[in-house]
Ligand binder design. Structure first.
Ligand code: ADP
Ligand code: MG
Length: 608
């Protein structure tokens, strides 16, 4: 509950801005009321709607004296009143406009700034979360928090807040005016208010409901479109054009019907409301006529009263919309802060040291691990020491825990038990930055950003010379195909740009790892998603990359693993065998069985 109000703590730095704009809003509201008040002299002094008693006196006067008399009851001569009034109206409107402009701008400035701060902070929090965070929060949900939910807060804290203040203050100013003119009439009109407010709410709901179902129907139509346009071949192949057309026709008919319902409600609403308004005014006229003829009120005052009342209607009408906006923002805000407050699982110690080099070994010491949502441990008591320059292959059935094991090295997760040491230093005692700079990764799902080839290769590194990038691309066997791209190294990869094959993407990822030049390398099924032809190329590129590094390699095809210095067989989260290829084949354990299976596979693959 409290969470949703935390957004207000973001207002604090903008409090001066808020105060100024609040004052300007007040000025706007007062000028709005003043403008209503300016109607009074028009009626009372210019048009000559003087009280009855005075009027009857005028009628009895000869024409020559009429003007003199009118000038007597008017403090100003005729023409000047027109002039002064005209000027006042223009000036008041001008200042009202200026105050409104600046207050709206300032409030929106505040709203936009708050939301910018909030969005940046949220994104920073999300980026610094550990991998398990990303497993528990889906991509869609996170994106929606950072975009949609914050958008809702933005709307509430700028546009809607400005609106609420302006409407609220105008309402108060007009309310004051109405009561000041004639409190009895004001009270009476408030008793009539439900007569106008209830129906307007009723219509509002109906309109909302019908526009909702109109949206649903529109969605139905776009679904049909999407299915049949992307699947146009299937539609044709099965001769389903007629069927799809009739389905579409039904959907458009439903949409038209719903839209007409909306039109009906919408079209009746405003005449009906106007009628109710007219009835209200008629009732008030009846009362006013009484008071005017008894000289308890002037016609001008009544006109001002009516205008003030009408000006109050708009704020009342808008209040529920504004309230809804704030409710939505409250919900969104509590969702945003739920993520903001989630403590990151992998954190850096305040006294973390820089890991400046890697000289000896990486050691897994009695490491156990389980994902927080699984009770069974994924890794159990893993003990493994890997020396500098060694190539270690991890082998095991799918789900045995190989990826989990290597993901512990860059601290995507922390072990539940035991420690991982680099040169004898627990990796939890070093800064995340320095640890991760030691590690290069190429995995099955290559991540390339929607950017140029050049920027994708030097991702995470600044000030890299063109020649270095080209050298890395050459070592990764990527240079040749990059040269074939329309803009070479400046071609955009990804959604909007060049489509690359799996093998090409993988070689760009390898070039990136080569450029990073980190002493430790993790290859997690880097070739698994590739066809055998591109696999050969990637394989070559990988052996260029591996050269001179300490490597953890996970691969499905055992042929790629044979050259490893040692092979570690993982079975249900435990190390079951360690040794060289020949050792393990001779031992006749799990590795031997996997090898025998694959041998048959590769043989048949080669035959076919
Ligand atoms: P491998 O790479 O050997 O195929 P993984 O290390 O990916 O295996 O997975 C080991 C086990 O951990 C599997 O049983 C898998 O279902 C589980 N697992 C993997 N990732 C997660 C996760 N983020 N949350 C919960 N369980 C996971
Ligand atoms: Mg895996």
């Amino acid at each position: 509950m409290l969470r949703s109000w935390r957004v207000f703590s973001y207002i604090r730095p903008y409090l001066p801005v808020f105060t100024v704009s609040f004052i300007l809003m007040g000025v706007t509201a007062c000028l709005e009321a003043l403008l209503a008040l300016l109607i009074k002299p028009i009626f009372d002094n210019i048009l000559g709607f003087a009280p009855n008693s005075v009027q009857s006196q005028i009628f009895t006067l000869p024409i020559s004296q009429k003007k003199i008399f009118l000038e007597q009851i008017n403090p100003f001569p005729f023409k000047e009143v027109w002039l002064v009034l005209g000027c006042l109206i223009v000036i008041a409107t001008l200042f009202k406009g200026l105050a409104e402009y600046f207050s709206t701008y300032l409030l929106n400035y505040m709203g936009q700034s708050i939301v910018m701060d909030l969005r940046n902070q949220l994104y920073e929090r999300v980026l610094n979360q550990s991998s398990s965070f990303f497993h528990t929060h889906s991509t869609g949900r996170l994106i929606s928090r950072i975009t949609n939910d914050i958008e809702k807060i933005q709307f509430a804290s700028s546009t809607a807040l400005a609106d609420a203040l302006k409407q609220g203050l105008t309402f108060l100013a007009c309310l004051y005016l109405a009561f000041a003119i004639d409190w009895r009439l004001a009270l009476a009109s408030f008793l009539l208010a439900p007569l106008v407010i209830y129906p307007s709410k009723f219509f509002g709901k109906k309109i909302h409901k019908s526009s909702r179902s109109s949206q649903d129907k529109m969605e139905e139509i776009s679904n049909i479109l999407q299915e049949t346009i992307t699947g146009h071949r299937i539609v044709k192949a099965f001769g389903m054009e007629k069927f799809e057309l009739s389905k579409f026709k039904q959907a458009t008919r439903r949409l038209a019907r719903i839209n007409l319902t909306w039109v009906r409600v919408h079209a009746i609403a405003s005449p009906f409301m106007e009628l109710l308004g007219a009835i209200t005014i008629a009732l008030m006229l009846f009362y006013a006529q009484n008071r005017i003829s008894n000289n308890q009120m002037t016609a001008g005052s009544f006109a001002v009263f009516l205008v003030a009342l009408l000006k109050m209607y708009e704020p009342v009408r808008r209040i529920s919309g504004i309230y809804n906006t704030f409710q939505q923002a409250k919900g969104a805000s509590s969702k945003v802060f739920e993520i903001m407050e989630e403590p990151p699982e992998v954190t850096e110690k305040s006294n973390a040291i820089r890991l400046s080099h890697f000289r000896q070994d990486i050691e897994f010491r009695n490491v156990s691990f389980n994902y927080n949502d699984s009770r069974l441990p994924v890794l159990r008591n893993v003990d493994l020491k890997v020396s500098l320059g060694e190539v270690i292959a991890l082998v095991g059935t799918s789900g045995s825990g190989k990826s989990t094991l290597v993901n512990l090295i860059p601290r995507f997760f922390d072990p539940t038990d035991g420690q991982i040491l680099i040169d004898g230093i627990d990796i939890r005692d070093v800064t995340l930055d320095s640890l991760r700079s030691m590690i290069g990764m190429v995995s099955q799902e290559t991540v390339l950003f929607n950017d140029t080839v050049h920027n994708n290769i030097c991702y995470g590194r600044e000030h890299v010379g063109e020649d270095e990038i080209i050298a890395a691309a050459k070592t990764a066997l990527a240079h040749d195909f990059i040269e074939q791209l329309p803009k070479k190294y400046d071609s955009i990869i990804g959604e909007r740009g060049q489509k690359l094959s799996g093998g090409q993407r993988q070689r760009i990822a390898i070039a990136r790892a080569i450029l990073k030049n980190s002493p430790i390398l993790i290859l997690d099924e880097a070739t698994s998603a590739l066809d055998s032809e591109s696999e050969i190329l990637v394989q070559k590129a990988l052996s260029n990359l591996i050269h001179g590094r300490t490597v953890f390699v996970i691969a499905h095809r055992l042929s790629t693993i044979r050259q490893a210095d040692r092979i570690v067989v993982i079975d249900r989260g435990q190390i079951s065998e360690i040794g060289t290829h020949t050792d393990l084949v001779a031992r006749g354990g799990i590795y031997q069985r996997l090898h025998a299976l694959q041998f048959v596979e590769t043989d048949t693959a080669q035959v076919s």
